[in-house]
Ligand binder design. Structure first.
Ligand code: PLP
Length: 385
């Protein structure tokens, strides 16, 4: 095994680590130099904070192919964004077409509304690798289908949904995309893919800090806000302002985090998203190739040759996934995640419920030597009695 002086982080699907130094530097500078409450006062710190948010909004709109940055709304994570969209868009009797690969940030609000609001869920068939076939979409659509909700890249298997094909077949239904795992790595084009509601989290592939995320809303789509309060605008009114994005952003925003997110977006722009994706692809291929030689190890997900994300799920005969994760961490200094990854539906779909899987998720800052180290560690564990 190569000499490794520091622990190895393979849990980028949970949150990316390390962040680019530019992100830490931008946040350090902001918290030292300005007071970070935007839009509330006319003094220079408040104006500077407003500029931080405005520039981040412009960068985000541009990044996701949205022509109007006022349609970008910042939230504390993708979970909040998805909840706002799901609760705001669905009325009694509506049907939702979704997949068996959704994260609980989608499944739990949907199951709740199924019970409390009488919505109905329909599911696209999922194969054993977590893949869905866009050709199944027209068969599953119904006159009452208000919303299609799709996880772009699975946090369990790495399978990728073909959003362009789905966007073309969506008919009158609205398309909501959970881009938690894909944003920053896979191309996302709101207009080109006919996405009506694109939800992203800031702390994974976009390299921002935790506590950041948001959504982009198609023009003309009106959704009631989840929270109301001070926005720094229309302060003479006791009613919530209607204008975008203020109507959704009540309360002092996470200016520090949003500034960090903007630095993450700048990092992706200067590095090149394609470069990031190719590096992650190479590491994922190496990982899958190395593991294919290990007896008793099963990979649950698309093969190396497929267009796939970097989340790799595995089980090992005779070993619990929690023991595997524990042993990797304590004995080899390798951080991975064992269990259901907040997506029990996905494990039901691929046949790994209730034990779950060990998930290794390489990111842009991992190296080939680290991949070799985890393959060697798994090989050694597989031979231990
Ligand atoms: C596919 C998917 N959706 C939603 C989420 C929730 O992300 P957050 O905790 O940032 O809201 C995750 C995070 O693991 C995810 O992988």
């Amino acid at each position: 095994m190569p000499e490794l002086s520091s622990p190895i982080y393979f849990d980028n699907a949970a949150t990316s680590f390390p962040k680019p130094p530019e992100v830490a530097e931008a946040m350090h500078r902001l918290i030292r130099e300005i007071s970070l409450s935007p839009g509330r006062s006319a003094h220079r710190f408040s104006l500077a904070a407003s500029r931080v948010i405005f520039e981040a909004r412009e960068l985000t709109a541009d990044f996701f192919g949205c022509p109007d940055s006022s349609r970008v709304v910042f939230t504390s994570n993708v979970t909040e964004a998805l909840n706002l969209g799901i609760f705001g868009l669905l009325a009694p009797g509506d049907r939702v077409l979704t997949t068996g690969m959704e994260h609980n940030s989608v499944m739990r609000p949907l199951r709740h509304l199924e019970k409390t609001r009488g919505i109905r869920l329909d599911f696209l068939p999922t194969d054993r690798t977590g893949g869905i076939d866009p050709d199944d979409l027209p068969k599953q659509l119904n006159a009452k289908t208000r919303l299609i909700i799709i996880n772009h890249v699975s946090n369990v298997t790495g399978s990728v949904a073909d959003l362009t094909a789905i966007g073309k077949s969506k008919g009158k239904a609205l398309l909501m995309v959970d881009a938690a795992q894909s944003a920053g790595v896979f191309p996302l084009d709101m207009e080109g893919m006919s996405i009506d509601f694109l939800a992203f989290t800031g702390h994974k592939g976009l390299f921002g800090p935790t506590g950041t995320g948001g959504f982009l809303l198609r023009e003309g789509l009106l959704i009631p806000p989840l929270k109301m309060g001070g926005t720094g605008s229309n302060s003479e009114q006791e009613e919530q302002p209607q204008m975008m994005p203020d109507c959704y952003e009540s309360g002092t925003p996470n200016t520090l985090g949003i500034g960090g997110l903007a630095a993450g977006l700048e990092f992706i722009r200067s590095t090149g998203q394609e470069t990031i994706r190719r590096h992650e692809e190479r590491l994922t291929r190496l990982l899958l190739k190395g593991m294919s030689q290990i007896k008793g190890l099963t990979v649950h997900g698309p093969p190396a040759s497929a267009n796939r994300g970097s989340a790799v799920s595995l089980t090992m005969a005779g070993r619990s996934v929690s023991d595997l994760a524990f042993q990797l961490d304590r004995q080899y200094g390798i951080m991975a995640r064992g269990g259901l990854h907040c997506a029990p539906a996905a494990h039901r779909s691929i046949g790994t419920f209730p034990q779950g899987t060990l998930r290794l998720s390489p990111g842009f800052f991992n190296t080939e030597a680290e991949i070799q180290a985890v393959v060697t560690a798994l090989e050694q564990i597989s031979t231990q009695s």
